[in-house]
Every structure is written in C-alpha cells, then in structure tokens.
Design a protein around this ligand. Structure first.
Ligand code: URA
Length: 210
C-alpha cells in the first residue's frame, strides 16, 4: 500500500457506520454491523497482497492460478475492542494466525503499559494487520506497533473503524511505514480523548458494558 491513510468511502461501509454511530443501536445490532463492516474493510486492507501462482487443473484445462504468496498473515487484535474487528477479518482470511496485545493506561504517567502479548511466530515473514476500532490519541496504537516491530514485524498495516486526525498524525510521525485503513476520518478528540462525533466507547458499545 502506498498511501498512509485510506478512507473507505464505499456506500455499504458508510451506511453501516451511520447505524453504529447511532446511540439507539442496541449491542447485538452494533456487533453484527461491526462484523459486516470489518469484512468490507478487510477487503481494502488486504489489497496489493503479494501474489504467486499455483498450477491447478480446472475441469477444462491446466492453468497457473493466482494465489496469495508467502506465510500466512498475522492478525493482531489490540484488546479489548480490537476483537470486534477481528472476527470479520477472519471471516475473509480464515487461515490467518491471530495474536493479541493488551495495554492499559497508567493513570499516573498516562503511558500505555503492556499486560498481555501473545503473537504468532516468524512475524518478520508475515504481513501483520493490527486491528483496533478507534484510532484516538494514537498512544496505544503506536505502543502496540512498537511491540510488534520489537517482535520482528516489518510489514504492518493498521485497520480501524474511525480515526481522529490527532491519531493519524501521531502514527504518521511514529510509524510512517504503517498504512492505515479506516471507514472515517472524524473531526477531532474531545477533552476526555473521545473521538468526535465518533460512536462513544467502542468496547462498551460492542460488549454492552458501561
Ligand atoms: N476509544 C473509544 O472507544 N472511543 C473513542 O472515541 C476513543 C477511544
């Protein structure tokens, strides 16, 4: 991918996003919409994959058919909200390996602290797609990508549902090599670090917590 930020303006993505933003949308519907949207976003984030060919025999003739090259992809969910995007991407790439990065914010330093890190082996040989619905300040995203690079990843893409300009700028400065795919570039962050207009707390919306 050559662009740093790709906003997927497909009508189905935008339609589903509008319903996810609506505070009247109940948890079960929100989760279903998120799964469907993540399938559509997965289509975009997996563009330009390296391809090779496989010799196959159709009922009519032998051909060199295009197939995705290289080791199986690694999908990395940034907990906990990343899990809402993960299933839809896995629907499209069922053979992908899956990893998890758990971070919490230290209230004294405001820095992200790692509490869980489990990723597939040989990250250096894989396309790594990190997923988290809301790119807000970018702090946890930058920290997660730092950890993935420390673990060997060199080819990383980031998939989110909504991005704030602040988070995109932070990512561009810290990880200019990581393309971002999103359904929307929203207006700004509020004083609490929530994306405006956003959809509120994505974890709460998808898991029914408050
Ligand atoms: N995380 C969320 O879930 N929502 C926001 O608006 C910002 C960060």
């Amino acid at each position: 991918m050559n662009q740093h930020l790709t906003v997927v303006d497909h009508p189905l993505v935008q339609h589903k996003l509008a319903y996810m933003r609506d505070q009247k949308t109940p948890t079960n519907h929100f989760r279903q919409l998120l799964r469907e949207t993540s399938q559509l976003l997965a289509y975009e984030v997996t563009r330009n994959l390296e391809m090779s060919t496989k010799r196959i025999q159709t009922p009519m003739q032998e051909i060199d058919a295009p197939v995705v090259a290289g080791k199986k992809m690694a999908l990395i969910s940034i907990l906990r909200a990343g899990n809402g995007l993960l299933d839809g991407v896995l629907d499209l790439v069922p053979s992908a390996r899956v990893g998890f990065v758990g971070l919490y914010r230290d209230e004294a330093t405001l820095k992200p602290v790692k509490y869980y890190f489990k990723v597939p082996n040989k990250l250096e040989d894989r396309l790594v797609i990190a997923v988290d619905p809301m790119l807000a300040t970018g702090n946890s995203c930058v920290a997660a990508i730092d950890m993935l690079k420390e673990a060997g990843a060199t080819n990383i893409r980031f998939l989110c549902l909504i991005a704030a300009p602040e988070g995109v700028a932070r990512m561009k400065q810290a990880h200019p090599d990581v393309p971002i795919v999103t359904a929307s570039l929203d207006d700004c962050l509020n004083e609490q670090g929530y994306i405006m207009p956003g959809l509120g707390d994505a974890g709460d919306r998808m898991f029914g917590t408050k």
